[in-house]
Design a binder for this molecule. Structure first.
Ligand code: NAD
Length: 325
């Protein structure tokens, strides 16, 4: 009897070369809907499930897939996958942790400069015919005068620090729960309270976890130096958005730039919509041509697992392997 070819379910789009690599090792099924009901039905006899950002792989989905050997996430954050449920079943979870690092770091630097120089505010005033008023009201500090506080000195935090220290001469403070090891730029580790108290700009690069949910809440915001700028390109849930709106309205924070919201999209009547000195982007951090292309690389690891080889970027491998931070 011929050996059964693995069945591979794609819940979201991957590029043609990536799909070809999967077709070389199994039968590929492309879904046209990725809600839980469709997903549970589709994974019933699948060996591999591939998702990007919009699909949530719940425990119920995992429990509906008795043959599942690997879940591939084209992207960085893993909060849309119940990694714990996968671990309990011994299902490998693989992802593309390096795909978005440069794209998110670039956007973060753009947001810092955008807030500092009030680029979108000036743009709106120029369009309204208030050219001289905008110019007269505009006089900012320079990047090299500022202290940047980085919460989460992982891949993206380090890429931001490298740009801001080596490119702009900023002073870098950072906080992380694990040591980032040797750094190829000058930066000082501090506690979160020290970081909030001393940074002119605070930028968030932590994953969304039970510990980091609402990390920046009303109590944390009270510790911030008056006039601080906050950048969040990590996950919306890391910031208490109502507390942030209050802090901006009160003028405690001087501005905030957000790429991520909870929920997404930001609701039209959310108080943040009414506060000044904000820049909002629609979760575009990872959306560079090269960054999106790199997310297709997850198929390499899916193929490796299906062939019984070790994946290069496991979030979870098997019973005895730790989940990397
Ligand atoms: P990473 O795992 O390399 O770094 C995260 C760092 O945060 C780690 O060093 C970790 O130790 C640290 N950390 C975790 N909990 C912490 C805490 N309570 N206090 C301080 N530090 C803590 O991840 P990364 O590649 O740098 O990505 C960071 C996050 O950025 C991702 O988890 C994802 O949510 C987000 N992201 C957003 C976009 C976007 O489109 N805006 C794209 C990619 C990633």
């Amino acid at each position: 009897m011929p050996k059964r070819r693995p069945r591979i379910v794609l819940a979201e789009a991957f590029d043609a070369p990536a799909v070809e690599k999967l077709r070389a090792v199994g039968e590929v099924v492309v879904l046209d809907a990725c809600d839980e009901v469709h997903l549970k039905e589709a994974v019933a006899d699948c060996d591999a499930l591939l998702v990007r950002t919009r699909t949530t792989v719940t425990r119920a989905v995992i429990e509906s897939a008795p043959r599942l050997r690997v879940i591939g996430r084209g992207g960085v954050g893993l909060e849309n996958i119940d990694v714990d449920a996968a671990r309990k079943r011994g299902i490998a979870v693989v992802y593309t942790p390096n795909a978005s690092t440069d794209a998110v770091a670039d956007l973060t630097v753009g947001m810092i400069i955008g807030l500092l120089r009030n680029i979108s505010g000036c743009d709106a005033m120029v369009r309204r015919g208030s050219f001289w008023e905008a110019r007269g009201g505009s006089c900012s500090r320079e990047m090299s005068e500022l202290t940047l506080g980085i919460v989460g000195m992982g891949r993206i935090g380090r890429a931001v620090a490298r740009r801001c220290r080596n490119g702009f001469g900023m002073t870098i403070l950072y906080n992380d729960i694990v040591s980032p090891g040797w750094l190829d730029f000058v930066a000082t580790p501090v506690t979160k309270d020290q970081l909030y108290a001393h940074a002119d700009v605070v930028t968030l690069h932590v994953p969304l976890t039970e510990i980091t949910r609402n990390l920046i809440d009303a109590a944390a915001l009270k510790e911030f130096k008056k006039g601080t700028l906050l950048i969040n390109t990590s996950r919306g849930g890391v910031v208490d958005s109502l507390a942030l709106a209050e802090s901006l309205a009160a003028g405690t924070l001087a501005g905030a730039a957000l790429d991520v919201f909870d929920p997404e999209p930001l609701l039209a009547d959310h108080p943040l919509m009414l506060v000044p000195n904000t820049i909002f982007t629609p979760h575009i951090g990872s959306r560079s041509v090269a960054g999106l292309a790199r997310m297709n690389d997850v198929v390499e690891d899916v193929v490796r697992v299906l062939q019984g080889r070790s994946p290069l970027y496991p979030a979870w491998l098997g019973e005895d392997d730790p989940i990397p931070p």
